[in-house]
Design a protein around this ligand. Sequence first.
Ligand SMILES: NC(=O)c1ccc[n+]([C@@H]2O[C@H](COP(=O)([O-])OP(=O)(O)OC[C@H]3O[C@@H](n4cnc5c(N)ncnc54)[C@H](OP(=O)(O)O)[C@@H]3O)[C@@H](O)[C@H]2O)c1
Length: 231
Amino acid sequence: METVVITGGSRGIGLALSQRFLALGYHVITSYRGTPSAAQMALADSSRLTLLELEVTNSDSVVQFAADVKTALAGRPLDILINNAGVIGPDAQAFDTVEAQAWLETLSVNTIAPLMVSRALLPLMTEAKRPRLVSISSQMSSLVGTGLGMYAYRSAKAALNKVMQVLSMEQAEHGIVVCPIDPGWVQTDMGGDAADITVDVCANGIAAVVEGLTMAQTGQFLTWEGSVRPW
Ligand SMILES: NC(=O)c1ccc[n+]([C@@H]2O[C@H](COP(=O)([O-])OP(=O)(O)OC[C@H]3O[C@@H](n4cnc5c(N)ncnc54)[C@H](OP(=O)(O)O)[C@@H]3O)[C@@H](O)[C@H]2O)c1
């Protein structure tokens, strides 16, 4: 049985990914802030689910989370890490309105935290047969995109992509596949009701991509359907 860690599992894509990987037979370790959501608690019937507290921007919380994950693994390696927790950032993100502090907080969650969580958990992955590490990015990061505004979110996800590309090169000698993944525009609290795809379609797609990842793909920016997305 393989184990997957999914950050930000209280709702949205992280919750749907937890459901999908449980259905696929994995041991799922997923996080909440404060207390687990009702939807997470509803998954807790499964003996293959572990719920752990994690605030991704708090270094003490990240250290404790890694220790708790190690305990939950009980000597087995961690096969998959999905850095999913993220925020859209402040309402005001236009050229005239974006403020530095709110922008920094967006970078903290979306760019810096995924590397800190990865650094804390990578030692648990080195013995896995096919270790895979993915971070949920966004099409709004794309350098060939033409969308305007949303400076905090776009820059945070574009920077996340670069962080993951560097990490992929550094981890290649250890055989760890590292990819940022664009989940599409998804019907969640963040994506809104008008989004293109349901959260289950998104999660099923990402799970299939993650299951099949090989070293040939490391360092690529992939879509939830598995194709290569231009940076
Ligand atoms: N929905 C879309 O269309 C879309 C498109 C592109 C990319 N994405 C990305 O996909 C990921 C998931 O998005 P979503 O739509 O599922 O968003 P969501 O419904 O807003 O859920 C966000 C999740 O991240 C958690 N989280 C946020 N900040 C955190 C922190 N500081 N520490 C720990 N957990 C934190 C939230 O926990 P709480 O419940 O405690 O707040 C929640 O579980 C994000 O990285 C997002 O940027 C989404």
